[in-house]
Write a protein that binds this ligand. Structure first.
Ligand code: GLU
Length: 364
C-alpha cells in the first residue's frame, strides 16, 4: 500500500513535467513507465521477440508524444494484468482491455481506443468431418418440412379423388371400373396421387371430371415446383448453418475463452460449459482439436485469427453480439490519464491513429 502511494506521488510529480512535445526536454533522461500487457493478437503480439500489434503501436505513439520510455511486462491473463496496475507495479495496462462498469469502479480508463465486442468462432465446414450422406438423407426424410408437405399432399390427393370418384363412377370405360365406394375410391386415389406427381396416365371420360382433371394437373405442376423450391431452400440452409449460429445456441455447449475475460463472465451467465485458458491461442487449439464446440471472445481478435492463422479451418458464427470498447487502464486517480487522453486525441487528429488502424485491420 505504502509502495503504491509513493509511486503515485512520484508519477504525479513527474507527470507535471512530462513534455507533450517530444522535442522539448530532449536533453533530460526520459521517464520510464511500467506498462503491463499480454499477448492477444493482433492487439499485442510478438514478432521476433519484439512486442508489436495495434495496441502496442498506439501506445508507443502515445509514449512518443509524452516523451516517456516504456518498460513492458507481460502478464499471463487479464486478471493478473489488472492486479499489477491496481497494486501499482505497473503505471498503465495496455492490451485488449475492455472498459466495463465493474472495472470502472476500481480503475480509471482512457477514452476508448478501439470498438470491440463479443463474437463466436466455430470450426469451418471442412474441419467438421465429411458429412455422412445416408445420415443426411435420413435426417431430411424425418425433417418437419417433409412432414408438412406430406400432410398437404394427403389433402391434395383425398379431395380430388372423391370428386373424380363421384363424377366418374357411372361413366362406362372410365377410370373407376367399379360402382361402389370400395374399391372404386382406391382407383380414384391412385389416379389423384399420380396426377399430383404430374404422372397422370389415364383421363376420365365424363366431361365435368375432365375439367376437374385438367385443373388438378395444373395444381400438380405448381405443387411439385413449390415443393422442390422449399426443399432446396431447406437443404441449403442446413448446409450453411451449423449447430451454433448465435449466442442463443451456447447454453450447454463446450465454449473456450480466456481466464477472467468479459467473454468468460458472459458465458457463465449463459450456462455454457466454459473452458477458461490463460492464452487465447490455447482456446483456439481446443476448438481445432474438437475438445471445444466454439470460442467466444473479442470480435477484433477472433476476426483476425479467422483471416490469418485459422483461415479455412474456422469461421465466425453470427454477428458481434455485445459491444465493448478497449481502453488503456490506470490505477484510480492516476495523473497520467489526462495526458494519455490528450495524446490519443491528437493521434486521431493528425492521422497517426488511422495509419496504425490501417496497418493492423486494413480498410475495414
Ligand atoms: N477484452 C477482454 C477483457 O477485457 C480480454 C481478455 C484477455 O485479455 O484475455 O476481458
Amino acid at each position: 500500500m505504502m509502495a503504491r502511494s509513493v509511486r503515485l506521488f512520484i508519477i504525479t510529480l513527474l507527470a507535471a513535467f512530462v513534455p507533450i512535445l517530444p522535442s522539448a526536454g530532449a536533453a533530460e533522461t526520459p521517464i520510464t513507465l511500467h506498462v503491463a500487457t499480454r499477448t492477444v493478437a493482433p492487439l499485442v503480439q510478438k514478432d521476433n521477440g519484439r512486442l508489436t500489434g495495434f495496441s502496442i503501436d498506439l501506445w508507443n505513439a502515445v509514449a512518443d508524444r509524452l516523451g516517456v520510455r516504456s518498460d513492458f511486462a507481460e502478464m499471463p491473463d487479464i486478471d493478473s494484468l489488472l492486479a499489477s496496475v491496481h497494486e501499482g507495479k505497473a503505471d498503465v495496462g495496455v492490451a485488449a482491455i475492455s472498459i466495463t462498469a465493474d472495472r470502472d469502479k476500481t480503475f480509471d480508463f482512457s477514452q476508448p481506443m478501439l470498438g470491440a465486442g463479443l463474437q463466436i468462432l466455430v470450426r469451418g465446414k471442412s474441419d467438421q468431418g465429411a458429412p455422412n450422406p445416408l445420415q443426411g438423407f435420413m435426417r431430411l426424410l424425418l425433417s418437419p418440412v417433409i412432414l408438412v408437405w406430406l400432410g398437404i399432399a394427403a389433402v391434395l390427393i383425398v379431395v380430388p379423388a372423391h370428386i373424380i370418384w363421384f363424377l366418374e363412377r357411372r361413366a362406362p370405360g372410365g377410370i373407376i371400373p367399379e360402382r361402389g365406394y370400395f374399391p372404386g375410391i382406391f382407383h380414384a386415389l391412385w389416379w389423384a396421387a399420380g396426377t399430383l406427381a404430374t404422372q397422370a396416365d389415364q383421363m376420365p371420360r365424363q366431361w365435368l371430371a375432365r375439367v376437374v382433371a385438367v385443373l388438378w394437373m395444373f395444381t400438380g405442376v405448381i405443387f411439385v415446383a413449390y415443393y422442390t423450391a422449399q426443399l432446396t431452400a431447406a437443404l441449403t440452409v442446413e448446409q450453411i448453418q451449423g449447430d451454433i449460429n448465435g449466442p442463443d445456441d451456447l447454453p450447454g455447449k463446450r465454449v473456450a475463452t480466456t481466464l477472467g475475460s468479459t467473454a468468460a463472465t458472459f458465458l457463465k451467465g449463459q450456462h455454457a460449459r466454459v473452458q477458461e485458458f490463460a492464452a487465447i491461442d490455447a482456446a483456439y487449439r481446443a476448438l481445432l482439436d474438437g475438445t471445444a464446440d466454439a470460442v467466444v471472445f473479442d470480435a477484433p481478435v477472433i476476426l483476425y485469427f479467422a483471416e490469418h492463422e485459422g483461415k479455412g479451418r474456422v469461421q465466425t458464427a453470427g454477428a458481434v453480439f455485445r459491444k465493448e470498447d478497449y481502453g488503456i487502464v490506470f490505477a484510480e486517480g492516476s495523473p497520467l490519464r489526462k495526458k494519455v487522453d490528450e495524446a490519443l486525441l491528437e493521434l486521431r487528429e493528425n492521422g497517426t491513429y488511422a495509419q496504425i488502424y490501417q496497418k493492423w485491420f486494413g480498410a475495414n
